[in-house]
Design a protein around this ligand. Structure first.
Ligand code: NAD
Length: 296
């Protein structure tokens, strides 16, 4: 079992660090927010006074932070305090350029690194059933895998530095687009007098079948576990979907890829957030589409 440093003990990082403790690792954590530090301490995480103190003597350093600037900032701050031979893992969802910058910082300081963003949300973080999408060389990935297995169920090596982030934003661009597509179909069905259940029964076994329909249906009824049955409480908040769509569009621009539906999905979620619904589950976008029809 390893000495692990964990920086960023928020909604995701808190339960992930707790699962590392449950797996028998000695975990030392740090977060800027007192409540996050206290919650992690209650789960058996030793709390350090600073990020630099947190990483001293750790064999593995994990960060789970809001955005690329935080990851690059924290890695710059801590790398001089990290013990020789330690492995750096970033699990945050960040832009590909910052992920590659963090890899370069680690390499310059002599450390192996892996970008390993997750899907599965807070529920997956608590249940240790996250999917990790990892980028880094074979040796770094092999070292990271057993640690990630204590927090997740599926660990996929996607390629070299930044490939984990690339996989994450491509997946979530599909998700954002497909959720709008499924929601538009239900909104149209309502206008045509077709019941939710009838559309679900047909589309879920036809070529319209997709995860946004069969696992996360945006209308109440057909999939009892979907947030639509719980007043669209997240789940996966629309603001986080917007963040990931923005990352996908930044990457598309930088790489020269044409993603017109991704761009349109970003604009639709941005309007939803501007209307004050950033905290609503992203499947609540169906209500935005219904409102658009009303305003025509
Ligand atoms: P969060 O805001 O709850 O947690 C982030 C934590 O980082 C906060 O507690 C904050 O205080 C801490 N932090 C920020 N700067 C810091 C610093 N310099 N030093 C130490 N701590 C610092 O966010 P979250 O929901 O836990 O998400 C974390 C990452 O995971 C994000 O990149 C997010 O996009 C990604 N993600 C979230 C979900 C989800 O459903 N919440 C799902 C998949 C991926």
């Amino acid at each position: 079992m390893a000495n692990i440093a964990f920086i960023g003990l928020g909604n995701m990082g808190g339960p992930m660090a707790a699962n590392l403790v449950k797996a028998g690792h000695k975990v030392t954590g740090f977060d800027l927010v007192t409540a996050s530090r206290e919650a992690a301490a209650a789960e058996g995480v030793a709390i350090a006074a600073t990020a630099a103190d947190c990483v001293k003597g750790a064999a593995v350093v994990i960060t789970m932070l809001p955005a690329g600037k935080h990851v690059v900032g924290v890695w710059t701050e801590i790398l001089t305090s990290v013990a020789p031979g330690a492995l750096m893992i970033d699990c945050s969802t960040i832009d590909v350029a910052s992920a590659r910058q963090a890899h370069a910082l680690a390499a310059k300081a002599g450390f192996a690194a892996v970008d390993a963003p997750v899907s599965g949300g807070v529920g997956g973080a608590k249940a240790a059933t996250l999917t990790f999408m990892a980028g880094g060389d074979d040796k770094a990935f092999a070292a990271a895998k057993p640690v990630l297995e204590a927090m997740g169920k599926k660990i996929v090596h996607c390629g070299e530095a930044g490939a984990g982030q690339a996989a994450k934003i491509c997946n979530n661009m599909i998700l954002g687009i497909s959720m709008i597509g499924v929601s538009e179909a239900f909104a149209l069905a309502e206008k045509l007098g077709l019941s939710h259940q009838a559309l679900f029964d047909v589309a879920s076994t036809s070529s319209g079948q997709c995860w946004s329909l069969t696992s996360y249906c945006p209308v109440p009824g057909p999939v009892p576990t979907s947030p639509a049955n719980n007043d669209y409480k997240p789940g996966f908040a629309a603001a986080l979907m917007l963040k990931d769509l923005r990352l996908s569009q930044e990457a598309a621009k930088a790489a020269g890829a044409a993603t017109p539906l991704g761009a349109h999905a970003e604009a639709i979620y941005a309007a939803f957030e501007q209307a004050g619904h950033g905290g609503v589950d992203f499947s609540g976008i169906i209500n935005h589409l219904r409102a658009l029809a009303g305003s025509r």
